[in-house]
Design a protein around this ligand. Structure first.
Ligand code: ATP
Length: 227
């Protein structure tokens, strides 16, 4: 079996004041490196919370989230250096140029080839003519291209994307989706994206559909995409 993220008997609930929010109960999921997954469902069913669990940024109330490499279970925290994130709001550093935004993850890892590799990735996403632009000098679609380059420049094993096309018009959304799927496939990275868009979800190899029952996500189904 390929390297994968395993969620076993995972439950997640939050308590805020008097209110208890139960999101998942005994969830079992496998996320394989090299495959693509979409998480869909109505607002508030826990899509972003599930992404946080899968990426190890949050811990479940019970159950385990692990990274299984060559058959050995490891803590998800060991995967942290090997995952990239893409957000709806791009989250680029406003004072840095496109080139330096993309080079930053490599510089932080002490990579002496950081600028060269960043240039190569900005070229791949079609932005070689915008290296010296800062985020506010770029369009939304261009900013998301920079974010994709930044997420993939260090060749991560998994990419987590929360509504990556949510802020873009239809034309840009299609282009960004094309780029995201192509880049992840080229790098053999697992892609896990949260989206309200059926068109985007149907491009993934697997769809996790969160259902809403009285404010509690009661079912999650794994369906083969129809595309
Ligand atoms: N840290 C927390 N403490 C308390 N409640 C939380 C916490 N994080 C999430 N929730 C609650 O869990 C529910 C699911 O939130 P989440 O953001 O995962 O949903 P979502 O499906 O991604 O929603 P949307 O599509 O609107 O972005 C919400 O009702 C939210 O209030």
């Amino acid at each position: 079996m390929s390297n994968h993220i395993a969620l076993e008997n995972v439950s997640q609930s939050f308590s805020a004041e008097e209110t208890k929010v139960e999101l998942f109960n005994n969830l079992n999921l496998t996320i394989n490196q090299g495959q693509s997954y979409a998480i869909t469902g109505p607002s508030g069913t826990g899509k972003s919370s599930l992404l946080m669990l899968m990426s190890g940024l949050e811990n479940p109330s019970s159950g385990s989230c692990t990274y299984v490499e060559n058959g050995q279970k490891k803590s998800l925290t060991l995967l942290r250096e090997n995952i990239g994130f893409i957000f709806q709001q791009f989250h680029l550093l406003p004072e840095l140029t496109a080139l330096n935004n993309v080079a930053l993850p490599l510089k932080l890892r002490g990579d002496k080839q950081a600028l060269t590799k960043a240039k190569t990735w900005l070229d791949k996403v079609g932005l070689s003519h915008r290296l010296a632009h800062k985020p506010l000098q770029l369009s939304g679609g261009e900013q998301q291209r920079v974010a994709i380059a930044r997420a993939l420049v260090f060749e991560p094993k998994f990419i987590f994307a929360d509504e990556p096309t949510g802020n873009l018009d239809q034309h840009n959304a299609t282009e960004i989706a094309d780029l995201l799927f192509a880049c992840c496939q080229e790098n053999n990275a697992g892609l896990i994206l949260v989206t309200h868009s059926h068109a985007l979800a149907n491009r993934a190899e697997h769809i996790f559909s969160l259902a809403d029952g009285h404010g509690i996500a009661t079912a999650i189904e794994q369906l083969e995409a129809v595309s």
